[in-house]
Design a binder for this molecule. Structure first.
Ligand code: NAI
Ligand code: MG
Length: 367
């Protein structure tokens, strides 16, 4: 049977960028005989409009069954007034939680043609290709106790708890080591073992997984504050970085901006292997629904297209196809094809969302 892919285009520019991915999926079917069983469903505001909830139970069930889920974006001003329990974002949170997607992969890759866009010097970012693995389902964002409580002096106290178990650390460490084996065999783990008990455990357990299961991979440890500094000073020293939920949130946003526009950034969230050996997986661009440009044909589809490339590589074992798609993106950028978000101060004429799709399809044809 063909591998199955569930597409949840969502809101705002989600359906616009997804339309270009669908053309690319069609291209792989027509030109390479690589076919998927693609199905589509609603998420976010689009689901709320129809079902009164941002993710219907039936959609959740389909996501659990699918070999991979590809999501566009959710949210928009129309839904800002909704109760928190049915906000579009809750659809995405439900997917992540019920699929138990504990490893969030955030590549920071610099396409040479866009190196001028970085906030850093070109020579520091040109050719950069690193991967941050952020633990996504535990840590201080979830730990109990949490809340705002009355304090003894009559004021209040806000409490969150950083909590990690051995298994939570080991499983995300394994994801990082697996990735490293497919890349440059090098992992740097970041925590604050100098001031946090959970950081000490993190360091010990990552080391344990290394020594017992991945001794062939080069492992180093770094305090996360130094890691932030090193990311900006000399990012090419890293290959795979593995870190907890909170540090990963901050470090991945920081790393992302080393490489330029939000419209370029893909992500993957992976969980435990399913019966067929594939990990539970959700792929999505880092950007949101961009209501300011929705419906105008201005959105850059590359983040969503590169998210699909990650699906090819990490869910479907199609590394060659993924690389071919990534090379096509690189080619069009080198040729100067730019959506509006990629225009520099020197200006020029931007292409539309579908214009970028056309260029990438042409580059695929020529490859
Ligand atoms: P956003 O990422 O949607 O937009 C931020 C800025 O970047 C905007 O100026 C937008 O036009 C631009 N931008 C984003 N993606 C682009 C693309 N592909 N091509 C060209 N320009 C692009 O973040 P914002 O404005 O904070 O949030 C808008 C809505 O999206 C909100 O409802 C928010 O909750 C939701 N959101 C959803 C996310 C998701 O679905 N994973 C993630 C972040 C925000
Ligand atoms: Mg963040």
């Amino acid at each position: 049977a063909n591998p199955s892919l569930l597409i949840l285009a969502g809101d705002g520019i989600g359906p616009e960028v997804m339309a270009e991915v669908k053309r690319i999926i069609g291209w792989f079917g027509d030109k390479c005989g690589v076919t998927f069983d693609v199905s589509e469903d609603l998420v976010g505001g689009a689901a709320y409009d129809v079902h009164g909830v941002p993710l219907a139970d039936a959609t959740m069930a389909r996501a659990q069954e699918a070999d991979a889920v590809l999501l566009g974006a959710v949210g928009g001003p129309k839904y800002d007034v909704l109760d928190f329990s049915v906000k579009p974002e809750r659809g995405l949170l439900r997917l992540r939680k019920e699929m138990d997607l504990y490893a969030n992969l955030r590549p920071a890759q610099c396409f040479d043609a866009l190196a001028d866009f970085s906030s850093l010097k070109k020579e520091i970012v040109a050719g950069l290709d690193i991967m941050i693995v952020r633990e996504l389902t535990s840590g201080v964002y979830f730990g109990e106790p949490r809340g705002i409580f009355p304090a003894e002096d009559g004021t209040r106290v806000g409490i969150n708890t950083q909590r990690y178990t051995t298994e939570e650390i080991r499983r995300v460490a394994r994801s990082a080591f697996e990735l490293a084996r497919r890349r440059n065999n090098k992992v740097c783990s970041m925590e604050k073992a100098n001031v946090m008990e959970s950081g000490i455990l993190w360091r010990e357990e990552v080391q344990w997984v290394h020594d017992n299961e991945y001794p062939d991979v080069e492992l180093s440890h770094m305090y996360a504050d130094n890691g932030a500094m090193q990311l900006v000073r000399w990012p090419k020293q890293f290959d795979v970085i593995v870190t907890d939920n909170l540090f990963g949130d901050v470090l991945s946003d920081c790393a992302a901006m080393l490489t330029g526009s939000l419209g370029m950034l893909p992500s993957a969230s992976l969980g435990a292997p399913m019966a067929n050996g594939r990990p539970k997986a959700l792929y999505e661009p880092v950007h949101g629904s961009a209501p300011d440009i929705a419906g105008l044909g201005k959105a850059n589809p590359i983040a969503c297209i590169l998210s699909f490339a990650m699906a090819l590589r990490y869910s479907f074992d199609m590394g060659d196809e993924a690389a071919r798609l990534e090379r096509a993106v690189e080619t069009v950028l080198a040729d100067g094809v730019r959506t509006a978000d990629l225009m520099g101060p020197e200006g020029g004429t931007p292409v539309s969302t579908s214009g970028m799709g056309d260029a990438i399809l042409a580059a695929l044809d020529a490859s």
